[in-house]
Design a protein around this ligand. Structure first.
Ligand SMILES: NC(=O)c1ccc[n+]([C@@H]2O[C@H](COP(=O)([O-])OP(=O)(O)OC[C@H]3O[C@@H](n4cnc5c(N)ncnc54)[C@H](O)[C@@H]3O)[C@@H](O)[C@H]2O)c1
Length: 105
């Protein structure tokens, strides 16, 4: 089976201490894209792990070579970003909390 092509959205603390290290240990996953609105954070991860850096997650929504995303942004962006990727047909692993309110979730 080809590895899942994964993007990490938000390359801050939890991405660097949990999500990225876990993906690097999983032979069924390949880190293809790193996205952060702070370009240096996306650039640093891409340089270290060999993927492509992007600075606006919307650029990834229609990528055919992307299967799944980890949403590692601040809480207020979990639901909108996760929903955008789900609507684009991607699998989503979202940091907690899934949303800020029951209605939003
Ligand atoms: N599961 C856990 O145990 C655990 C632990 C810590 C944090 N978290 C959760 O993880 C999330 C992130 O926490 P953190 O400590 O890594 O925060 P952080 O501030 O270190 O990282 C968040 C990153 O998201 C980036 N970002 C912001 N808006 C963005 C956007 N529109 N597109 C792309 N990137 C964007 C920021 O620039 C930053 O680099 C929070 O929701 C937090 O609750 C979970």
């Amino acid at each position: 089976m080809n590895p899942l092509q994964v993007a990490v959205i938000g390359c801050g603390t939890i991405a660097n201490v949990a999500h990225i290290p876990a993906y690097t240990k999983n032979k069924d996953a390949h880190l293809a894209y790193f996205c952060d609105i702070i370009p240096e954070r996306a650039d640093k991860a891409a340089k270290e792990y060999g993927g492509t850096a992007v600075y606006n997650y919307r650029e990834l929504l229609d990528k055919k070579d992307l299967d799944a995303v980890s949403v590692c942004t601040p809480n207020n962006l979990h639901a909108p970003i996760a929903i955008d990727f789900l609507r684009a047909g991607k699998d989503v692993l979202c940091e907690k909390p899934a949303a800020r309110t029951f209605a939003e979730a």
